[in-house]
Design a protein around this ligand. Sequence first.
Ligand code: ADP
Ligand code: MG
Length: 240
Amino acid sequence: MRWVAVGDRVSEVLGRAVSEGRVALLEPEAHRVCELYGIPVAGFKLAETVEAAVTAAEALGFPVVLKVVSPDILHKSDVGGVVVDLKSPHEVRTAYEAIVNNVAKHTPGARVRGVLVQQMASPSLEVVIGMTKDPTFGPALMFGLGGVFVEVLRDVAFRIAPITEADAWEMVREIRAFEVLQGVRGQAPSDIGALVDILLKVSRLVVEHGEIDQLDLNPIFVYAEGAVVVDARILLTGGP
Ligand code: ADP
Ligand code: MG
């Protein structure tokens, strides 16, 4: 068997999107790209029918999360496209129907490729890692805590990729809410090493694949040991 380099396999996924005229990867594609770079993602399968969703859930193990997969939808929860904590085949069937109906109502005409069936990660502190292209400096990596910390307080750290391990530790330490990661109100400290590891892998990914224009891992759940990405969005440079 021919050994195929990780970079080639990522290029294959990106190339398929381009050949279909898409600038946004579908969520399972984005998770696959992360997985190929060793970034921990929640176990997932793409299901194209309700029965396939049940089979996927049984293989992944309950509880699971269902999410719409559509090239026309980037913010899935805004259109009722995410249902979490499904504990049985019956709940999976009901959620599948609900997602299809919600999407038809909120985004008529959206092309639905199926649903992503994903292992439910235990809720924990949420962080965000992103990348946007700075016109002058190139790929700018971003780190912050999820929700209001990023969206309202803009409490984020930036570095231009490629970054070193020391840069990654600095990024995590320099946000104002760093204390939250160290554990407040009796909570165990978060595994900052796991976040540093993801930052370094994202840095490598975007440097090695310049056609990635934007990347958003939001959220990543971080635990006392380890971290897991539950939502990944990757946009490619448009044009020829
Ligand atoms: P959106 O496209 O709306 O950003 P997400 O995939 O981020 O959709 O899902 C919305 C929210 O649902 C997440 O912010 C997270 O709180 C929760 N969620 C999503 N996937 C999982 C999962 N696998 N395990 C636990 N919670 C999840
Ligand atoms: Mg999200």
